[in-house]
Design a protein around this ligand. Sequence first.
Ligand code: PMP
Length: 363
Amino acid sequence: MANLEDLPLRSDLQGRKPYGAPQLSVPVALNVNENTHRIPEDVAVDIIGRLAAAVLDINRYPDREFTALRQALADYLDADLEVENIWAANGSNEVLQHIFQAFGGPGRKALGFNPTYSMYGLIAQGTGTDYVDYPRLDRYELTPEHIRNAILAERPNIVMLCSPNNPTGTPLSLSCVEATYDAVSEATGGIVVVDEAYAEFGGVTEVSAVSLLPGRERLLISRTMSKAFAFAGARVGYLAADPAVVDALRLVRLPYHLSAFTQAAAEGALAHSARMLATVDDIRYQRDRIVIELKAMGLDPFRSDANFVLFGGLEDSNAVFEALLAKGVLIRNVGIPGTLRVSAGTEAETTAFLEALREVLAK
Ligand code: PMP
């Protein structure tokens, strides 16, 4: 067997590390911001029926334009959106990759606000796009002015805004999105991507940049069924944008990239969207409970509009991570010193995490 070093790997990939959140079999897994509730049984039965129907035609390629799925996604997102405004792929990671393939590449630059979702940098690398990490303000916040300064200094072709931000949970105001679009228009005429993977957890404060789409043809809103929709295993992410953007993404996708099973399953889930999202209120409640209880333990949780909480105040975060794991609770060390990140689970999982943490800190 050869080593990686023995292979004629592209020089810009040499020495790089792949995305690698640990996948461990533990009683309480709160590490990758899934919705830890199972989907309702009657919805599962409906989906199975649709998969059974799809298998009868599985000798044929699926609808390359996945029109029925795009219509369902348009209906779910916003009454004013049409099929032509929607794109989808195998997870929003693939949607983001399509964006970088179409609008990034050698000689082009993407900008993100650090710390943010680690895949932005990895997708940039994979597509030969330069990636610049611009630091966030105190407590990971962003302001229109800070964003504007970053864009005018760096002159990016793609700006990545994560709303709310992973791994910090920080909400992002629509005025920040507007300022980003204006500054990029001035600097390079580039693309603005708002990654709303966790948007549904915003609740009463939920602000989707979808409302800003009219008149902004280089604004792209990325969403996913992996989080609030409890559909991570199906791998369905999607995007809302001007129809011309969808035409651009069609140039780089592989033919028939969404399988007939994926399309059928996602259409089934969307036909029951209210039931699929029924756990979101409870997850939000558990998130707020985590914030309150961590503060009571003397820790320092950051404000979060997502289904997870980043918290600081730990002397040795890796030791706490390992001690929790030894108790069967897997959370995430995202590499920010003194912090850990935990997803809000079911009430029982959240209780198990809080109790385990209390025990670990008492030692
Ligand atoms: N964006 C953000 C901010 C995420 O946290 C994730 C998943 N962790 C994704 C996109 C990708 O999710 P998926 O590919 O499952 O849609």
